[in-house]
Design a protein around this ligand. Sequence first.
Ligand SMILES: Nc1ncnc2c1ncn2[C@@H]1O[C@H](COP(=O)(O)OP(=O)(O)OP(=O)(O)O)[C@@H](O)[C@H]1O
Ligand SMILES: [Mg+2]
Length: 358
Amino acid sequence: MFTTSRGISLVLALAISALTVAFLFLMEDATPTLLVVAGGISFSVSYILINVTLEFLIFKEIANIYSVLEKIQKKDYSAVTDKSDSLSISPLKKINKTINTYAQAKNKEIETLQKNAEFRREFIADISHELKTPIFAAQGYIHTLLDGAVDDKSVRLKFLKRAAKSLNSLDKLVHDLLTLNQMESGEIKFNFEKFDLREMIHEVIEDMEHKASKRQVLIRFFYDKEKTFITHADKDKIFRVCQNLISNAIKYNNDGGEVEVHLKPHKNHITVEVKDNGKGIPPEDIKRIFERFYRVEKSRSREMGGTGLGLAIVKHILEGHKTKISVSSTVGKGSIFSFELPLDKAAMEVPPKAPSTV
Ligand SMILES: Nc1ncnc2c1ncn2[C@@H]1O[C@H](COP(=O)(O)OP(=O)(O)OP(=O)(O)O)[C@@H](O)[C@H]1O
Ligand SMILES: [Mg+2]
């Protein structure tokens, strides 16, 4: 009983009224009626004041703190909201507010840790799966050779070539993973320089011609011959971006398909567009193709030697250039991947001729 606000108020009010009556009793002209009235008034006033003070200033705040703690214990962080008045001078309200803020900060921290743990789990599962495929294939060919196939001249070379192809994919996978990791941790530095985007794309297309001709895919390059396409970017990395986009446009095209590369100059930037008339990408997959290891048709992409890391690397490289990749695609019709790079205007201005002297 004495731990409730009413119990404490009752005891304190009784003590105050007893003291008041005792003090008045010492006075000579104090009548019994006066003593009773004074005792009654002092008791009621003290009871009400003490009770209100305890109930509203202390017990209510303590109850709030308990409810917050209970919610934290039940891991119900969402319900923990800050209702306290920030201008309040009550220390209990301040404690309540501090607990609220602390619980919300911890809630965010826990959510981030849970997301990271989930991401790590998924990443390790993906990576193990991806590594397993080429290792398993190379292992199979080598063991078959060791088990006797090495004596058969006709299969020896074929199996060795296949084992080497699997090991090449493994090498590409590890290399791409390292690149991605170094980019994410900021270890890879960007070396910006001025270069001719048109010349660079010609080089990429030349590299790809062989791959495209194997599937009778025609690559066409469109640009305005009157214009210059000098940009300021990391040449090697932009080479890699174009290489992956053009390579994808060939890989995910139909035999006999077409790939168009367009260079479009604007006032301050150049747009690079890689267009194909291949399979296209379903709308539900478009957002996910930039995730590591995400492939629309898993078996087909792997068959083509893809690791599913190409577009993740492209995204990181373009982010490092403060630009981004855009994609639009229609299933059965094809896809368009595009990005922008700054146009170096100084290179467009022809320097005035020096006056000739005799
Ligand atoms: N032009 C495209 N047309 C259709 N699908 C595409 C195209 N480009 C990418 N994709 C889809 O997006 C997926 C991811 O592409 P990404 O370049 O990241 O990986 P990859 O080509 O499979 O492997 P890597 O580029 O590492 O060799 C591909 O597997 C493919 O399913
Ligand atoms: Mg690719």
